[in-house]
Design a protein around this ligand. Structure first.
Ligand SMILES: Cc1cc2nc3c(=O)[nH]c(=O)nc-3n(C[C@H](O)[C@H](O)[C@H](O)COP(=O)(O)OP(=O)(O)OC[C@H]3O[C@@H](n4cnc5c(N)ncnc54)[C@H](O)[C@@H]3O)c2cc1C
Length: 474
């Protein structure tokens, strides 16, 4: 099969032979490397970026939400249509196992008021540092060998059919040119397509499609949305200039999804330049995105005063002293924030602003239309990717025996709340263990691979210096 990026060019160096090549050093690839290393298998881990786990580090900037403390059945249900598949991975490595694993790295965790689980210091860097240390110097098992700044070009060709056990040739492009890697088995943990500057750009989609791998289009998940107010796309200039970035706390979001199911949840969202984002919107993002795909737009309603009865709200508005502006009244008597007042002004025509019944009804049923998800590059995560139907239970690709996949590049999605990292790591573990079992079952598989006489000199910088990365991500 041809290299989809460039014609196959002869490698400038002798091939690097290895039992297992993992491409992608995010949480999924690192977890796969850990279980393989513990199984005594020599793993070579390649990543396009100069250092590992950049998205994990970014996740730590706002407080690393590792997992969630709700009961396992509720936890599994967060994966929606993929609850059964992800549930299988989680049976072997669920939220408590993840907390125990972190504790094994010396990272204590705590359960926040929302049941979300965080490292005691909220950060990702100490966890990643301890993890890398253990991967490079395991108490038992084979040290993982890291190759940074090595970008897989998409070239993945079976080695000669006569070779036993079977294997693959991969091309990796690095600062010193192209390296040919001959691996008996391959594990891809390339991530989705959100925040591409951190390394995961979804470029692998057409490459795997060429190999007959079943894929679902990558789509934004846990993303913001653009709004329309009446016939106008987006907010007024006033709201954009004064209130983009303002949080709307304790609001209730209601809408009916494309399947006719009512969604109603309370939480926090944030006004953006073009619409809305934030944890409440992310929690609904799959249904909102699917609804927009089906019908072009989704009508939502925000209740800005969900704890007040309509009567109480209206009575308070009617008691207003004459001469008091609506804005002052709403802030002083109803406790609305300036951003909430601005939002009311966006949707309520001036003629209706003196009618307490209209104002009360709008405050509790503020109508907006969401017309487009924000681009995938801005999203927290992506939906779509490698279809789970094209993988066996060990996450090996059916068209490519000996090639395994894990993490966000698989077709599942979940809201924020620690569900993303938990499933990425759990799937990395399933794929790593599956690969180890598969390799053991091969005719002449060995746990290490004899290097060629002249092993290629590809960059093997220790991936331990992540301090500069954290600043660079900001
Ligand atoms: C702002 C933000 C905050 C987040 N916060 C949280 C949170 O608090 N809790 C949570 O659960 N989740 C959070 N997430 C999501 C979580 O970080 C991801 O789901 C997770 O990192 C995905 O892991 P992964 O290993 O599958 O992929 P990634 O972490 O994306 O890693 C994939 C790796 O593959 C490499 N790669 C890709 N293509 C190639 C190639 N061709 N050649 C070589 N290498 C390649 C990339 O460089 C990258 O290092 C957050 C995400 C973002 C963007």
């Amino acid at each position: 099969m041809n290299d989809p990026i460039s014609p196959i060019s002869p490698a400038s160096q002798p091939p690097l032979h290895c039992p297992v090549a993992i491409v992608g050093a995010g949480p999924a690839g690192l977890m796969a490397a850990e279980v393989l290393s513990a199984a005594g298998i020599e793993v070579h881990l390649f990543d396009a970026m100069p250092t590992v786990g950049r998205k994990l580090l970014l996740a730590g900037i706002g407080g690393l939400n590792l997992t969630h403390a709700e009961p396992l059945p509720a936890f599994k249900a967060r994966y929606g249509a993929r609850a059964a598949d992800c549930g299988r991975w989680l049976d072997a490595f669920g939220p408590q196992a993840l907390r125990d694993w972190a504790a094994g790295l010396g990272i204590d965790t705590f359960v926040g008021s929302s049941q979300r689980v965080f490292p005691r210091d909220m950060k990702a860097a100490p966890l990643l540092r301890a993890w890398l240390q253990r991967l490079r110097h395991p108490a038992s098992g084979v040290p993982v060998r890291f190759h940074m700044r090595q970008r897989w070009s998409g070239h993945l060709q079976p080695l000669a059919p006569s070779s036993a056990p079977p294997g693959y040739c991969l091309h990796l492009q690095g600062p010193q040119g192209q390296t040919e890697v001959h691996a008996r088995a391959v594990l891809l943990a390339l991530g989705g397509a959100s925040w591409p500057r951190l390394g995961s750009d979804g470029a692998w989609m057409p490459w795997l499609a060429q190999h007959g791998v079943a894929l679902q289009p990558l789509r934004p998940s846990n993303c913001g949305f653009d709004v329309a107010v009446g016939t106008r796309l987006g907010w007024s200039a006033h709201l954009q200039q004064r209130f983009a970035g303002a949080a709307l706390k304790g609001v209730l979001l209601r809408f009916t999804d494309a399947n006719g199911q009512a969604f109603e949840r309370r939480g926090e969202c944030v006004l953006t330049q073009t619409g809305l984002e934030g944890s409440l919107i992310y929690a609904a993002s799959a249904q909102l995105r699917d609804g927009i795909e089906a019908a072009g737009r989704v009508r939502i309603a925000l209740d800005l005063k969900p704890d007040w009865s309509r009567n109480r709200l209206q009575a308070e508005l009617e008691r207003a002293r004459s001469g008091q502006s609506l804005g002052t009244l709403l802030r002083k008597r109803l406790g609305l924030t300036p951003a909430q007042v601005a939002l009311l002004h966006e949707v309520l025509p001036p003629a209706q602003r003196h009618d307490p019944a209209q104002v009360a009804a709008t405050l509790q049923n503020l109508p907006l239309e969401l017309v487009a998800p924000r681009p995938i590059a801005e999203a927290i995560s992506s939906a779509g990717g490698v279809a789970l139907e094209g993988l066996n239970d060990a996450l090996m690709l059916q068209p490519l025996p000996g090639v395994f996949c894990a993490g966000e590049m698989l077709d599942w999605e979940a809201p924020t709340g620690g569900y993303l990292l938990t499933a990425c790591m759990a799937s990395g573990r399933v794929a790593g263990l599956g690969l180890a079992a598969w390799q053991r079952a091969q005719p002449t598989a060995a746990s290490t691979c004899a290097p060629t006489a002249a092993e290629p000199q590809i960059a093997k910088q220790p991936p331990s210096d992540i301090t500069g990365d954290i600043a660079a991500l900001g």
